[in-house]
Design a protein around this ligand. Sequence first.
Ligand code: HAM
Length: 385
Amino acid sequence: MRETAGRWGYREICTPEFEDLELFTVRSGEGIIQEMYVFEDKGGRKLALRPEITAPVLRMYVNEGHVLPKPIRWFYFADCFRYERPQKGRYRQFWQFGVELIGIDTPMAEAEPVMLGSDILKASGISFVTHVGHLGLMNTMLSGLLPEEKRKVRMCLDKKDLGTLGEYLDSLKKPDLAASLVDLIRCRDITDALEITGDLPEKEQIIEIFSILDNSGLEYTLNAGIARGLDYYTGLVFECFAENLGAENQVLGGGSYRLAHLFGGKDTPSSGFAIGFDRVMVARGDTSYIPEKVVRIVFTPEGRNWALETASFLRGRGIRTEMDLSSKSLGSQLSMAAKAADYALIVGERESRARMVMLKNLGSGVQQEMELEEAADEVIRSDPR
Ligand code: HAM
């Protein structure tokens, strides 16, 4: 993930584990406190463990980054905390890999995180689908509703609960709206979607964004029903779903938003996404992980200095190398090595004098005396990476 984000020009940043509580309530309201780990420090300040990292990154941008040339491309890999009911795929502490593109809102800029997110998930080796929507579509259709009513509709959409949505709009005496919302949500073509919604201010921007996505080779599905739980999004929104996970299969969520002005900065357009790292690991399964080969250096007191030299040589060649630390007999060092390593490099007085090593393959039991360089080549050759 780091490599792919780096190849797109993004740089890694780090923010604190906790922030002023206000950073998270200023946009989302006091209701969000229920979903966070909130505490007071010794000075009586109200703090919260970060439930996500977009707000902290934008705070960092306002405090430190606003003088940098724009757009700013940043990424992060860090843990988040949410006070939720733990269940499969939903943890109270989990890891996000995310990016934020700050200071630009051209169609190219809104499209970039969608393409990058897909590239990163592909590199992680999982099977997934990408859904892309735009809040402008839904907002136009809901323009006749009160803010509280809009919020309720978006909540139903976020939970994909069309039954409750229909009942609610019936109760507002707006059954026609329910029917056209369902049409919009089912629509898979942006031109058709824009016909359902009628004219909207962002029409040209939306057409251009989807044209970029269509020409980028990205596979995606239009989904105007994406509402996103966090309420700072302003335009494009997108989500990715792993194909082999259960109910909690959303592995990525993101979109365009504006937050900087809430933290004392200038109004700044931004976009980004975060990947649920734990869910990606579950989707990969543990079979795909091939650990690197480990060499354990076992030695007698007379061989110690040569053993130290061999270890630093092997590490210099990029080989995982451990020294035996037990000072026990060669025999017991070897049996401990057999439990934890792939090779033993045996260094006694004789090897030390000849500046040779004895390399033992702990899988096959075959051992052979050789030059140190030869031993390194042998280990590297045998490593699948
Ligand atoms: P989010 O959709 O709340 O968005 O979270 C992003 C991803 O984090 C989700 O798609 C999911 O994979 C993972 N995730 C969320 N909660 C949990 C949990 N309790 N346990 C395991 N994984 C979880 C955001 O956080 C936004 N800050 C994304 C963003 C960045 N938007 C713009 N820039």
